[in-house]
Design a protein around this ligand. Sequence first.
Ligand code: SF4
Length: 236
Amino acid sequence: MMTGGIWENAVRYFTQHFDGRGEDLLLSNPGTCDFLGTVTARSLEGLAGRIASCRKCGLAKSRNRAVPGAGNPRAGLMLVGEAPGQEEDLRGEPFVGAAGRLLEKMIGSVGFTREEVYITNILKCRPPMNRDPHPDEIASCLPVLERQIALIRPALILALGRIAGQTLLRTGLSVEAMRGKVHESGGRTLMVTYHPAALLRSPDKKRPAWEDLKMLRKQYDLRVGDKTPWNPPKQA
Ligand code: SF4
């Protein structure tokens, strides 16, 4: 049984299966992973087409529909959850179930609409019975998310929950240790808060989540201000 954070497990998966080259491949050239296939789509629409027919991991067998992501292609704020749930899998859209409705309320409480942000997940296909993603599934799907981030170039990324936070920050820390801070990682600015599904299960987490959202708004205003649509700086 694997121990440690999901990111550590994903790296371990590579080092065990691919002659120790895993970390290098995952940490360099984000979005262009040699043996996983190069993800070079030039638009979110092109990428969505590839995701819809992707069969790189076992989740392709059990999904109804892949869920690429949705929202503003020039969003200053990108929200990244864990994986599609049952309703998302049926509709092909992210965060449309109970957790999605709470997410809309959460971001609405600090003045964001669903239409102005971009919402996606670490995995684009639903794990059976909503189980945790496996490290090999994350490793297979991550180049797609990397490409989405490269295309949108958001000013801020909000990771929703442990799996998203650990994967994007490449750490094994708990949500409690990751949240409440602004992380600068790999040229990106990231924050972490609880997944809305966790808030539905544990309402006592709503207060710290509210603190995170207020901090998120402040950071967004500092970076994006009234520059709408967000006009990201050109990549080097
Ligand atoms: S989860 Fe990601 S890597 Fe796996 S089949 Fe779906 S799109 Fe492809």
